[in-house]
Design a protein around this ligand. Structure first.
Ligand code: NDP
Length: 297
């Protein structure tokens, strides 16, 4: 079997187009498009690229983008003061503080300071708790994007065995909660899991969120599984020339594609969904906060 590719780029483009349509409708009805504030502290090159893409796509979708760029020497107190100002600003619907933060700043403290109603990253403990208890709230963008990709190939996930490799607060744990809410039987694997290949072989749905290039091998994949590769790893690519690099996921793609029914590529799979879901969350947050009729996204 050769897996069919889940085209995250196309699914993300369709979601962004839907967000743009909804944003235009909201602007026409209420006189204002939802506004997203993005805060970047320091000059981490990867973060600069992410923030640049977020700002560009926010604007392209017809949302308002408000950018705050602070120096790497910013104190925790100053960042908390900015978050408090954005919380209080009625024109701001979503707040995203780009991680990682410089080491003098406690990221957990900053996340906890964001108004949960404006927490479009879905990282605030209140939103994590709502997800765990199935009581709504804003859902982290990457796992939300993974679920949307899964739904493009299989509408009903109930009863399926899902294995999530990775238990971070931003990907693994919320992914597991979303799959449980879909009535999957969920296993969360991590660095202490015994016999990980055997655990993975049980998975009808295998989500890899580890951060280790091509760790998940083809013979870990159950024939006919759906494989979602969250990993983004840059590795050396001497075949492309001296000093060249390329992006790979956490799954050994060619091997896994020979076993799976569906698979996400890297790049072009989960990655583009993260920003599209951020825009969707901004619209969701704006509607919930302002009492606007919430459109389907
Ligand atoms: P973290 O480093 O926070 O978490 C990694 C998880 O993988 C941990 O739970 C860790 O286990 C587990 N792990 C590490 N090594 C092993 C191993 N050998 N066997 C089994 N489990 C292992 O990473 P993130 O969740 O933030 O990100 C994961 C990947 O997803 C990264 O490649 C990242 O770049 C990518 N990513 C992609 C996004 C996108 O938009 N596509 C967005 C966010 C992340 P333990 O808890 O025991 O240490």
């Amino acid at each position: 079997m050769t897996a069919r590719i889940i085209d995250g780029k196309a699914v993300a483009a369709a979601l962004r187009a839907r967000v743009a349509e909804v944003a235009a409708g909201l602007a026409a009805t209420y006189g204002k498009a939802p506004g997203l504030a993005v805060v970047l502290v320091g000059e981490d090159p990867a973060s600069q690229v992410y923030v640049g893409s977020k700002v560009k796509m926010t604007t392209e979708a017809g949302l308002r983008s408000i950018e705050h760029v602070l120096p790497a020497t910013t104190s925790e107190a100053d960042l908390l003061a900015l978050v408090a100002k954005l919380n209080a600003d009625p024109e701001i619907d979503g707040i995203l503080v780009q991680l990682p933060l410089p080491k003098q700043i406690d990221a957990d403290k900053v996340i906890a300071a964001i108004d949960p109603a404006k927490d479009v990253d879905g990282f605030h403990p209140v939103n994590a708790g709502k997800l765990a208890t199935g009581t709504g709230g804003l859902v982290p963008c990457t796992p939300l994007g993974c679920l949307k990709l899964l739904k493009t190939v299989r509408d009903d996930l109930s009863g399926l065995d899902a294995v999530v490799v990775g238990r971070s607060n931003i990907v693994g744990k919320p992914m597991a909660a979303l799959l449980l809410a879909e009535s999957c039987t969920v296993t969360v694997a991590h660095s202490r899991t015994r016999d990980l290949p055997e655990v993975c072989r049980r998975a009808d749905i295998l989500v890899a969120a580890v951060g280790r290039p091509e760790m998940i091998k083809g013979d870990w994949v159950k024939p006919g599984a759906i494989v979602i590769d969250v990993g983004i790893n840059r590795i050396d690519a001497p075949e492309k020339g001296p000093g060249k690099t390329r992006l790979v996921g956490d799954v050994a793609y060619d091997e896994a594609a020979a076993k799976a029914e569906w698979i996400t590529p890297v790049p072009g799979g989960v990655g583009p969904m993260t920003i599209a879901c951020l825009l969707a969350n901004t619209v969701t947050a704006a509607c919930a906060r302002r009492g606007w009729a919430a459109p389907a996204l």
